[in-house]
Design a protein around this ligand. Structure first.
Ligand code: TXA
Ligand code: MG
Length: 337
């Protein structure tokens, strides 16, 4: 299949492709999404094939206005309203009980649906012009880091989808925060740009699911099927090193085998003796989130086989960065006292 590369002015072409049951990669403020008509199960099936995604991993449904949510769910609790008033449009996904118009191909057999109201103008325009809600997972091959530029999407999906709208680099850079409002106390399933602190300030208690920070135990049931799959992984072995600045510099200097690189902050670079990929200033979590997936992709592009990364702290957006990196590392952490 020939994949069209479109710009913002060609959004009508993209909307026509969606209406005919095709697949279009679109920019959102978080990462690029691979969009199809959420109400057409055959179009949704194509998403799984193009990505090589396991069919029990459900998709997020994207809408352009709050009212568009009502037909998709069977209840719309007060806490959903409060979260949407506070944070939508934006990088937040809310899980609610699903209505019958959501095909089972979207929900992976669950009786819930994840809904997001993106703020990116191109995503919103595409939803409006297509006239239907859009199912859209991240537009990467399953397992690889999410795409934050059109070039990342081209690398993974060229020839496998109908079109890509190039809208430049994504501003948030990690996928949306996913929260379920189905249990009595809401549960944070995936950390993102809307932080745990921001959520609790609006709706009170929010439990952080144990799979956000910890590996799943054998046979452990998951609240969010995406958590059980290997994710965000470069081909290289990534190892996080939890250490003071000086201990990190000494450790990497001693472990300087061929093919080894360091994933670090801008301030570290003058102290590092190995090749490095820096992804932002140490205290600038927003920038680190924006650069993280590009940095993970560079590791493979540059052919490194082992990468020692600094271990992020888990406050604010740091929790989202830690959650992605710890998965990229397959939970391999070296702790230097
Ligand atoms: O920022 C984002 O959310 C991006 C952009 C494109 O919107 N999309 C995205 O989709 O990251 P995806 O498919 O890569 O990740 C969706 C996550 C998965 O971990 C999935 O398991 C979870 O949301 N999810 C989807 N539906 C769910 C449901 N009904 N219950 C629990 N988790 C759900
Ligand atoms: Mg994804």
């Amino acid at each position: 299949m020939n994949t069209l590369i479109l710009n913002e002015e060609q959004i009508n072409t993209a909307a026509d492709i969606i209406k005919k049951g095709g697949l279009v990669a679109m920019p959102t403020e978080t990462v690029y999404g691979l969009a199809a008509n959420a109400l057409d199960y055959r179009a949704v099936e194509k998403i799984y094939t193009a990505k090589g995604r396991p069919s029990d991993n459900p998709l997020i449904v994207h809408v352009a206005e709050v009212e568009d949510i009502y037909p998709l769910v069977t209840s719309f609790p007060e806490k959903a309203k409060k979260l949407i008033d506070a944070f939508s449009p934006g990088p937040l996904t809310i899980v609610l009980p699903k209505s019958d118009i959501i095909p089972k191909e979207i929900s992976g057999g669950l009786d819930t649906v994840a809904i997001r109201f993106p703020s990116h103008p191109i995503a919103r325009k595409l939803i409006k012009k297509a006239g239907v809600p859009l199912a859209a997972p991240s537009a990467n091959l399953s397992g690889s880091p999410s795409p934050t530029t059109a070039q990342h999407v081209i690398k993974d999906l060229n020839g496998r989808i109908d079109a890509i709208i190039d809208g430049g680099a994504c501003s948030v850079g990690v996928e949306s925060t996913v929260i379920t409002l189905v249990p009595e106390v809401p549960v944070l399933l995936r950390p993102g740009g809307i932080t745990h602190e921001m959520l609790t300030s609006v709706i009170g208690d929010v439990i952080i699911d144990s799979a956000v920070l910890n590996p799943l135990k054998n046979g452990q049931a998951v609240q969010s099927p995406g958590m059980k799959y290997k994710h965000y992984s470069p081909k290289a072995r990534v190892i996080l090193v939890k250490a003071s600045d000086d201990d990190f510099y000494n450790f990497t200097a001693k472990n300087n085998k061929d093919g080894t690189a360091v994933l670090c902050y801008n301030e570290d670079t003058e102290h590092i003796k190995l090749p490095f990929i820096a992804y932002g200033n140490k205290n600038d979590y927003a920038k680190q989130a924006q650069m993280l997936f590009d940095a993970l992709r560079k590791i493979d592009d540059m052919g490194y086989t082992t990468v020692y990364g600094r271990c992020p702290s888990t406050d604010g957006i740091g929790l989202a960065i830690y959650n992605r990196l710890i998965r990229a590392a397959g939970f391999e952490v070296i702790e230097l006292a």
